[in-house]
Design a protein around this ligand. Structure first.
Ligand SMILES: [Zn+2]
Length: 317
């Protein structure tokens, strides 16, 4: 029997939500500016009315929400710096009270891991780590078929593992975090750094507004400066993934979004640097895959998948 779950992706700029079937089909999906909703309660009311108007309220078996600083255990968004809703927001609770359906709140990287496991490129894997390469770097860890939440519900902050001693200043206040290098903003910082190092010999005159996307495109066209940046990014990510393997022993890393959109060549470079730096016992044992959800709204799909996942888990226990 096909079930439907509501998947909601909350971002600082936009909120997207959609109805997803247990087969991974997105029935519809819409998006609104987050600032349309002054209070989180306005947002809950709005979605309820929206689904009621569409006549699909009773079809839903549960609600999955992905949000920055979303805590799975408490169902709260806590002090999200990029949201205009301030403080602690008991979002899962607000939805459950209004909809009377089970609601799961998690962060976007965990949602991406659920999506990959149920509908994407990790269906065959029970031990993998999804690495989301967007504005920042996030990770969702599936270990022995379970998502790893950790004791406080906040496991998987790979983006904030420090990989360069005394390196770039991170938004978290510390220095040298992986996401200050391996993310779209990290790549832009690499461009600016390398440009100022080269100064007079800067070879990227077309990059008035430098972006990671542009640099990857130029690298593919053979631009040397751009290739240097891509190489540097792949090296830092690959060597970090080599180290992270030591505590989680995954079958694969699945790269999602942003930098992974440039395709196989980047993944191959990351793999090469991972192999060059990895402990002997993990050699040739870990794959680097690219997400197959990149062209879909993985966040809506993934948050809905968290509901189906829970249903599957409760059946097998
Ligand atoms: Zn950090």
């Amino acid at each position: 029997m096909i079930h439907y779950a509501l998947g909601i992706d909350i971002g600082g700029t936009n909120i997207a939500f959609g109805l997803v079937s247990s087969e991974g089909e997105i029935l519809f999906e819409v998006s609104f500016p987050t600032r349309n909703f002054e209070q989180p309660t306005d947002f809950v009311e709005f979605i309820h009315q929206f689904l009621s108007d569409k006549g699909v309220l009773d079809e839903i078996i549960g609600i999955g929400i992905g949000a920055p600083n979303g805590n799975h255990f408490t169902g709260e968004i806590r002090f999200a710096p990029n949201l205009h809703w301030k403080g602690i927001i008991p979002l899962a609770d607000l939805f459950e009270k209004k909809f009377h359906k089970p609601t799961i709140l998690t962060n976007d990287a965990n949602a991406a891991a659920f999506g990959e496991k149920l509908f994407g490129n990790a269906k065959d894997l029970d031990d993998f780590v999804t690495i989301t390469l967007g504005t920042g770097l996030g990770s969702g860890i599936i270990a022995e078929g379970e998502l790893l939440y950790g004791h406080h519900g906040i496991a998987g902050e790979y983006g904030h593992i420090r990989v360069v001693h005394n390196g770039r200043l991170c938004g978290c206040g510390r220095k040298g975090c992986l996401e200050t290098y391996a993310s779209s903003t990290g790549v832009v910082r690499s461009i600016l750094e390398l440009e100022s190092a080269h100064k007079s010999s800067s070879k990227l005159p077309s990059l008035e507004k430098p972006s990671a996307k542009k640099v990857f495109e130029l690298a593919a066209q053979g631009d040397q400066f751009a290739q240097e940046i891509v190489e540097f990014t792949a090296e830092i990510l690959g060597s970090s993934l080599a180290d992270f393997a030591a505590f989680s022993d995954p079958q694969a890393y699945v790269l999602f979004g942003g930098l992974s959109l440039s395709g196989e060549s980047f993944a191959q470079k990351v793999k090469m640097y991972m192999e060059a730096n990895i402990l002997n016992i993990y050699k040739d044992a870990i794959e680097i895959r690219i997400s197959s959800l990149n062209d879909k709204n993985a966040a809506v799909l993934g948050t809905a998948a968290s509901i189906f996942w829970k249903t599957i888990q409760s059946k097998t226990k």
